[in-house]
Ligand binder design. Sequence first.
Ligand SMILES: [Zn+2]
Length: 201
Amino acid sequence: MDQKKLMAEIKDQEQPTLVHNLPEDTSKEIWEAANSKSIANSQKDIAWMTIHGCLPVRAFQHRRGLATSAECPREDCKGEEDIRHLLWSCPYARGVWKKMKGLIFRLTGQTNLTYENILHGTNLKCNYGKEETAWRVINCVKESLWASRNIGIYHHNPIEEKECIKLCFDKMTTYYYVDINKYGKTWAKGNWQTKSWSEYI
Ligand SMILES: [Zn+2]
């Protein structure tokens, strides 16, 4: 499966389609979140692929004869690796979210994380003006879950949960520096509270 070609084909469809038969307004909101200028292109790609259901997880590949098994590649996990499993219900993902939920709450006041809102970026009930930060952190977590899964497979080197969280912090640090340039150091420090992150590993 040529991932880049698939992405290009999907993006060529100028008008976004309805998401899982959701109403037009909700679909529009979901596509806007997936295409938000506030998140990195690599994270937009993952958001697009997850909404379209074409992130090449094992279940996706197995259905197309591209993988011998649909089983999750994480150690000691026998679940079927579909997108929900990868990003949310795999015990590994649950462990990462458990820690990151605490940090997301600290930074944004967000308390109602569900699979739907980490997938779609909708209904993020945060403190005033903090939705963008919550959405950025959520996308850092999703990208890190996908990256750590791929490093585990292709380099035969399982990545521990805490290493996945460190990957996530690296990506969040990039946003912190973007915000320093955009809003100044005082604001960025207050928004990101980087010194507190080590409490969540
Ligand atoms: Zn799993």
